[in-house]
Design a protein around this ligand. Structure first.
Ligand code: ZN
Length: 232
């Protein structure tokens, strides 16, 4: 195992796409993993392959480092959770005070499986787009949760398993800026065109920041971040 390799949790959304570029600019070998947990809208999963293909095409130096893409079937997670991301349910706040889009245990499960793949593939770090800033308040996106999980994985697999979260303290405007810094306008365009964030799975409305319904909380964050970054 080399410490210059990483496995990126790549969903096909804006954040994980920027994380992938971040990893490719730092590590010698990078692989990606995506999870099918019967999310209500599978459009994000469709975006993954297209984004990966176009990224390879646009950045030959990154293509040389970008190794296998893993797709994991975690249908069981959709079967045990009753949330607005996995069922036809209104997006809002649940009785717990958490958004109804919160899938309990999701990141814990994702990172544990990612740790197992990294172990098998001899990859050192796990990289994810978890973020505490201007955010829906998912408890499994906090750095403290990542620290605990990193310790659990390191102990449980008896090898260092760092979890890198480059977006943890960035807001959405800074995430657009990071895309620009890492890959220039070409990468920003790729993120706009080929990543998906909208909770409603809308790919029919095109805005300057990309596709989406324009009103759900995910579109709202993405649009506001874009506007703030463009105005800066
Ligand atoms: Zn939307």
């Amino acid at each position: 195992m080399t410490t210059t390799s990483a496995l990126v949790l790549f969903s096909g959304g804006q954040d994980s796409a920027v994380c992938l570029a971040w990893a490719l600019s730092r590590f010698e070998r990078v692989e990606t993993v995506g999870f099918d947990y019967r999310q209500r809208h599978r459009v994000e999963l469709d975006c993954r392959k297209v984004f990966l293909a176009k990224l390879r095409e646009a950045y030959p130096a990154w293509a040389a480092k970008l190794d296998e893409d893993h797709m994991l079937d975690l249908g069981v997670l959709g079967a045990i959770s009753d949330t607005a991301l996995t069922r036809e349910q209104e997006i809002g706040f649940a009785g717990s005070g958490l958004p109804s889009t919160f899938v309990p245990g999701r990141n814990l499960v994702f990172l544990t499986f990612a740790g197992a793949i990294a172990y098998r593939r001899g990859l050192h770090a796990l990289v994810g787009g978890m973020c505490e800033t201007d955010f829906s308040g998912y408890p499994d996106c906090r750095r403290a949760t990542m620290d605990a999980l990193q310790n659990a994985l390191t102990l449980g697999m008896d090898r260092p398993t760092p979890i890198e979260t480059p977006l943890m303290y960035l807001d959405k405007a800074q995430t657009w800026a990071l895309a620009d810094e890492l890959g220039g306008a070409k990468l920003v365009d790729l993120v706009v065109e080929e990543t998906h964030t909208c909770y409603l799975g809308d790919r029919s409305h095109r805005h300057e920041w990309g596709y989406g319904c324009g009103t759900c909380p995910a579109c709202d964050l993405r649009a506001k971040g874009w506007a703030k970054w463009r105005a800066a």
